[in-house]
Each structure stands twice: as structure tokens, then as C-alpha cells.
Design a protein around this ligand. Sequence first.
Ligand code: C5P
Length: 228
Amino acid sequence: AVAPLGAGLRFLITAGPTQEALDPVRYLSNHSSGKMGFALASAARALGAQVTLVAGPVHLPTPAGVERINVLSANEMLAACQAHQAQSDLFIACAAVADYRMATPAEQKIKKTASETLTLELIKNPDILATLAASSPRPFCIGFAAETQQVLEYAQQKLIRKNLDAIVANDVSDPSIGFGSDQNRVTLLWQDQQHQLQQQDWPATQKATLAHQLIARLITLYQEQRSI
Ligand code: C5P
């Protein structure tokens, strides 16, 4: 029998939103459903890989055979990823991480006052993907770029700036694909050995189908680059 494509490979995948506490009862977050990251985890497992899924708060069942670590904040997600990066061959950052968190979360519930305005001070969250990509030894690092305009240009900039091995670009200005939808249409971008930008396009496809095709392509890309 032929070994499945992912046999012997270990994936680390982030998925879903993060939740940043404002006080004990409130938070900042976003509408990421986690569907794409969970579909990728499921597909990698189905291809024979070992998968650790670091998930923000989402209402999705854990794919069979996948190790799931639940986190809330970006800092917790970073810590979970760093704890697993040395045991990972490929890292796929699919989570919609909050860019900012409270500088100092309130220890007690923030009370309404007579004032018509309330000012919150936010500070930047760590970039989980860029942090893992900058570490050594590092897994093969794959990012996602959800953009509403100049999709490929911005994705290419992120590929370079975050020192990634590949990036999956998708146009979230189209409501039939992307956030919350069951479909997605993406372009995979990477640099070849001569640092020439390469791209491969997928038409709009069910996230589960797309996830299988993407994982298969990422595995071959990883093997091509590792064999040099
Ligand atoms: O820069 P931008 O947030 O658009 O980059 C998106 C990519 O970076 C995604 O792969 C996302 O999971 C990852 N990311 C991250 N940590 C952050 C912000 C983004 O891992 N704080």
C-alpha cells in the first residue's frame, strides 16, 4: 500500500477569532467562524498527518483524530503555538487574530457613568505567524490574507514582510465566499528557489473540498522546498 500524502507530517493550525477581555464580562472579537481552519485540520488529518488545532472560541466540533487546544486571547494563542512549534513541520495561521487588546483589562465590570463617551486604550497584539516565522528552527509557515482590494498585491507584501513560505489570498469583499460562508475562492502565492513569485488559483469551491486540495498542494510545496 502507498503511504498517504501527509503520513509522518505534523501540522499546527490556528483557527477562529480571538477574544480580548475588556473587563470580566465583556470582550473585543470578530465574526470569524473558524470553518476554513477546521476544514484544513480535518483535511490534513484525512491525508494521514498528525494535527494540532489551536482554536479560538467557535461553535464547531473537533475533527476526528485532531488534537484541539482551546484558547481565547491572542496571547494565549501565541503561547499554545510556541509550545507546539518545535514538534510541527507545517504551521498554517488561519485564525483571525484581534489586532489590538486592552492595554489594561479592567479587574471589575466597567461601570456606565454620566459621560456620553468612554475611551478605551488598546495596545497591539503579537503577530503569531510572524513570530513563529522569525524563530529558528521554524516550521514551514503558511499565512492567510483576507483582503477587500488589491488582494494579490497585499498578500504578496505579507508573504515578504512576515517571511512566509506561502500565503493563501482571498477576496472577502465578495459575500458568497470568505467569512462565515461555506465556499471560498483563493490564490496560493509563494516564492520559488530563484525568489520568483509563483501563484496557483482555485475557483470558488466548498471549503472542505478546497481544504483538501490546498493541504495536498502545501504538502508537495513543503516537500519540493525541503528537498533542495
Ligand atoms: O496582517 P494580517 O493580519 O492580515 O495577516 C493575516 C495572517 O497573519 C493570517 O495568516 C493570520 O492568521 C496571521 N496573524 C497572526 N497573528 C496576528 C495577526 C495575524 O498569526 N496577530
